[in-house]
Write a protein that binds this ligand. Structure first.
Ligand code: F6P
Length: 340
């Protein structure tokens, strides 16, 4: 077989580990791999190059993706969809491995519906793909956010301030939840819960009374009554660029207005997405990359390799795409156990 592979959507640590696993697993079974540049854009425009074992040597621990990525929707225009099919045929691709989050996997499902052989690998720092226990990229990205929170706490303590850290995560609060839990935040605001200013203020006041400072984590996806700033721009899949709403700054302003405690905010944005993958993400990306090739070798097209209860298995693309997998009430209950 001739495998094609692409990485689509926002980059995250572990993409190169997945690419290496795909190429090596396919090569072990005697198959070759072709890499498409810049996500679906590269498939549409035929930007392909052979990806051999030597090409993926030494990339396991590197951040980003050697193939490049984009948020191109190949089904946005009928002529693009036709071009995608023509390019797959021109490059003699037997099976395409799509590595990405919900948008990339939705496009993979559409391609599969139109008769192409496709398998998927879920990735995203947001950890919100349905059907898998974890996505790779999440652990590494959130470790950066936890480090940022700890640094901010030092400054908050020195200056007797409150500081709000805004983290990514779009419409699921996994990054904020894990940052708040692992970093011991005094309050953590996630999109899964309505913004409750009274509760937030009470927590900040309690923390300031106890130790003279407070640190708060705010997910970029929360709604802070009346959106601050102008209407945000959207990407190729019509998603708002949430960071432009500046919710962390808005929350910080309210804390200072209501409590009188000097308050600052910090937005770490894409700093969360780059850098070397941590242990967990290296292993998960390796397992899921190899798992996707195994699905293809078993003829299980239209499936995604996922992690379920510690084991790698395949589920239909239909089960993996759809509304984001959000934070469950059990996690929220655990989170609130540690807030003042
Ligand atoms: O989906 C990953 C993610 O980092 C989100 O957490 C964030 O909202 C979005 O991508 C940012 O997108 P972009 O890199 O296009 O600004």
């Amino acid at each position: 077989m001739r495998f094609g592979v692409l990485t689509g959507g926002g980059d995250c640590p572990g993409l190169n580990a997945a690419l290496r696993a795909i190429v090596r697993r396919a090569a072990r079974a005697g198959h070759e791999t072709v890499g498409f540049r810049d996500g679906w854009k590269g498939v549409r425009d035929g930007l392909a190059r052979p990806l051999g074992v030597a090409d993926v040597d030494g990339i396991l621990g590197r951040g980003g993706t050697i193939l490049g990525s984009s948020r191109t929707n190949p089904f946005a225009r009928p002529e693009d969809a036709a071009q995608v099919l023509a390019q797959l045929s021109a490059h003699r691709i037997d099976v395409l491995v799509a590595v990405g989050g919900d948008d990339t996997l939705s496009a993979a499902r559409e391609l599969h519906r139109r008769g192409s052989k496709v398998v998927g690998v879920p990735k995203t720092m947001d950890n919100d793909v349905r059907g898998t226990d974890w996505t790779f990229g999440f652990h590494s990205a959130t470790a950066v956010a936890v480090d940022a929170l700890e640094r901010l706490r030092d400054t908050a303590a020195s200056h007797h301030r409150a500081i709000v850290l805004e983290v990514m995560g779009r419409h699921a609060g996994w990054v904020a939840l894990a940052t708040g839990l692992a970093g011991g935040a005094d309050a953590t605001l996630v999109p899964e819960e309505p913004y409750d200013e009274a509760a937030l203020i009470a927590r900040v006041r309690a923390a300031v009374a106890a130790r003279g400072c407070a640190v708060v984590v705010a997910s970029e996806g929360i709604e802070v009554g009346g959106r601050p700033g102008t209407k945000a721009a959207t990407d190729g899949f019509s998603h708002e660029l949430l960071r432009e709403r500046g919710v962390g700054e808005a929350v910080a302003r309210r804390i200072q207005e209501v409590t009188g405690v000097e308050t600052r905010s910090a937005q770490i944005g894409h700093i969360q997405r780059g850098g070397a993958p941590e242990l967990f993400d290296r292993i998960l990306a390796t397992r899921l990359g190899a798992g996707a090739v195994d699905l293809a070798l078993a003829g299980r097209f239209g499936e995604v390799a996922v992690l379920r209860g510690g084991a790698v298995t395949g589920i239909p693309l239909d089960e993996a795409v759809g509304p984001p997998r959000t934070v469950s009430p059990e996690w929220l209950d655990l989170l609130h156990t540690f807030e003042p």
